[in-house]
Each structure stands twice: as structure tokens, then as C-alpha cells.
Design a protein around this ligand. Structure first.
Ligand code: 13P
Ligand code: SF4
Length: 347
């Protein structure tokens, strides 16, 4: 199948997620049960900033982590726990398993995928790579284990720029997949010669440049924070472009009283926790003639719920497995990224 056929195939976006209408007593009971199960199974929660606030607070209070995708990958390997419960989307669970094949990795819902991953199937991607053997293959972490296994480098949003800058300085040309907006932003910033797979995130792709310009006029004292999976018309208006961690740091450290935030809305939980006095406004996903499917809300991240997490732990379901041969190949470009982070960036 050609790339344009792959991208024109509709992906099934879950419209309805589990009802969040738990009573306070039910929420507390589920949290209690989860705390006990984590302890008795020597398990930790590794949660992304986009997940529900209840999951993030549980991860923190039980000694797990709440982080961006790079830090989630690193945390799993540092942890002494026998079981990692990854609250996020499937590629995050797969990365944890690839880096820790001896550990049990569970997820509250194995159906929690990512549009970037869905829009970059292994076979078509491999054919694309075969057409450009002289290019260094760099893939975003939001991909399947099999796509990672075909890559020279894996990157996350927090480290993509310095890695591509480094490869560009070495005179290498880059084949980039799957996020076209992030790829375009990196190519513009570094000047690297990059071939882009034309995928997009259904959440960030919805942010609208014209409506954002209108909103900025209404809030002249606001700083604009943008995740680089957003379209160019949004990125060019940003005061800060960066990973989820970088955007959270910006809210804490910048003096502005107000922030317009172009990323998934789950991030507001951590921003409010660390900067309670700041005013946060979601960047617009609508405007004249706009359609909005996700409205700043990742339908797959939302599949992680207290109820499913409790069930996962109690019944031992939702285990992530990666084909060992694929895992052995995929770990090479992932470890290359982690080595780069510690050697070149000192973290
Ligand atoms: P971060 O690595 O910045 O947390 O991004 C992950 C992601 O899925 C963004 O949509
Ligand atoms: Fe994937 Fe977008 Fe959801 Fe992030 S927000 S997990 S890139 S669909």
C-alpha cells in the first residue's frame, strides 16, 4: 500500500470512554485498593502528564513517576519494582518492555493507541526506508516496536532537536517519521535535509493558528506554550515550543500571569499543582469553519481510568509483550537516544 493510501485509511477514534461518574466513596475505595495491590505486587505506576489527575496523584504518592515519554522510559529501568504499570498509550508500554524484558509490564487498557503509531504501519514504513538507503532513519517514540526496530535512532519531543542537530552536523540526511509537524519544525530549526513521513497527531493537528492569533489579542500578557506536534501556524506564534516537561517548566519559571497552552488538556493537572496562581487557557481547536474531533483531548490517554487500573492489578491483565527478536532490534536505537541524553546533555 502506498503512503497516501495508508494515510487516507480512517483510524478508529474512540468516541466514548468509560463514564468518569464515580461517587467520591467509589473513587476512594479504588484508590485504596490500588495502593494495596501496588505494594503487595512490588509494582509502580509510570504515568504520563496527559492521564487523569487521580492517576497522576496516585503515581506520585506511591513512589512512581509522572513524566514525559523520555523520562517514563528512563524511570522504568531505574526502578527496582518487578512490575511496571504504564498509564499512557501503547508505545509507552512497549518501550518500557523493550528496555526491561525481565519485568512484567501492564497497562490499564491495551487498546490505548496513538494516531501517529496507527498512521505508520511497519511494512509501508519499511518500504519507504528501502527507497532511501542513504538516509539516516530517525523515528519519534510514538511508533510501534516494529517501526522502532527499523530505525537508526528513536527520539522523543524533548530530545529530537539536539539529536537531529548532531546528525546534521555530521553531514547526515534524515528520513523522519511519523509526525510531519514535528519533523517540519525540526527541519526549519536545524536546517537539516529531512524527508518527512506525513503523519499527524489527531489532538495537536486541531489547534488553529488564526483563532490563536485572535485569542492572543484578547490576552496580550499571556505567554503561548506549544507542543511541537502542532501545525506550523501555531508553532510560529509560540513563546516556548517544547515537550510536555518543557511546557510545565515554562509555566513555573516564566513571569507571565497567563498562559495559552497548545497541548493535551491533561497537562493542566501538573501545571496547576506546580503553579497554582497562574491562569491557564486552552489554545483554540475551533474557529471559523473549523471541525474539532478531539478538542485538545487525547481519546486514547483517556482510556486509562481508576477502575481499569484497579482491575489490571487485581486480575493481572493487560500485559504488554514484545516479540523478543523485534525487541532486540528496537532497543538499539532507543539506547542510542538514552546514551545521547546522558553523554551529550548530561541528563
Ligand atoms: P512528550 O514526550 O512531550 O511527553 O509527548 C508525548 C506525546 O504523546 C505528545 O502528544
Ligand atoms: Fe498520540 Fe497525540 Fe495522543 Fe500524544 S496526544 S498520545 S501524539 S494521539
Amino acid at each position: 500500500m502506498s503512503i497516501s493510501n495508508v494515510l487516507s485509511k480512517p483510524i478508529s477514534i474512540p468516541k466514548h470512554v468509560e463514564s468518569p461518574l464515580l461517587s467520591e466513596a467509589e473513587r476512594l475505595a479504588l484508590k485504596d485498593s490500588i495502593r494495596q495491590l501496588l505494594k503487595s505486587q512490588n509494582a509502580v505506576l509510570v504515568a504520563h502528564y496527559y492521564t487523569d489527575g487521580d492517576l497522576q496523584s496516585l503515581a506520585e504518592e506511591t513512589g512512581g513517576c509522572v513524566a514525559d515519554s523520555l523520562e517514563m522510559a528512563r524511570y522504568g529501568s531505574r526502578s527496582k519494582a518487578d512490575t511496571l504499570i504504564v498509564c499512557g498509550v501503547r508505545f509507552m508500554g512497549e518501550t518500557a518492555k523493550i528496555l526491561n524484558p525481565e519485568k512484567r509490564v501492564l497497562m490499564p487498557d491495551l487498546g490505548a493507541t496513538c494516531s501517529l503509531d496507527e498512521l505508520c504501519p511497519e511494512l509501508e514504513f519499511s518500504d519507504f526506508c528501502d527507497q532511501y538507503p542513504q538516509y539516516t532513519v530517525v523515528v519519534y517514540a510514538n511508533t510501534s516496536a516494529a517501526v522502532k526496530a527499523r530505525a537508526d535512532w528513536v527520539v522523543t519531543s524533548s530530545i529530537a532537536l539536539p539529536i537531529v542537530q548532531y546528525l546534521h552536523q555530521q553531514g547526515q540526511k534524515i528520513l523522519w517519521a511519523p509526525d510531519k509537524h514535528l519533523g517540519n519544525y525540526i527541519a526549519k530549526t536545524t536546517g537539516a535535509d529531512m524527508l518527512l513521513w506525513p503523519g499527524a497527531c489527531v489532538v495537536h493537528d486541531e489547534f488553529k493558528g488564526i483563532a490563536l492569533a485572535d485569542l492572543r489579542h484578547l490576552h496580550p500578557d499571556a505567554a503561548v506554550l506549544v507542543h511541537p506536534e502542532s501545525p506550523d501556524s501555531v508553532i510560529t506564534q509560540a513563546d516556548v515550543v517544547g515537550s510536555t516537561t518543557a511546557l510545565i517548566k515554562a509555566v513555573v519559571t516564566m513571569p507571565n500571569p497567563t498562559f495559552i497552552v497548545a497541548t493535551e488538556e491533561g497537562i493542566f493537572w501538573k501545571m496547576r499543582q506546580l503553579a497554582p496562581g497562574k491562569r491557564l487557557i486552552a489554545a483554540p481547536t475551533a474557529g471559523v469553519g473549523a471541525t474539532c474531533e478531539s478538542c485538545g483531548h487525547c481519546p486514547w490517554m483517556a482510556m486509562n481510568s481508576l477502575k481499569k487500573l484497579e482491575q489490571t492489578l487485581r486480575l493481572g491483565i493487560g500485559e504488554i509483550n514484545v516479540d523478543p527478536d523485534v525487541g532486540r532490534r528496537a532497543i538499539i536505537p532507543i539506547e542510542r537516544m538514552l546514551d545521547f541524553a546522558s553523554r551529550k546533555l548530561g541528563n
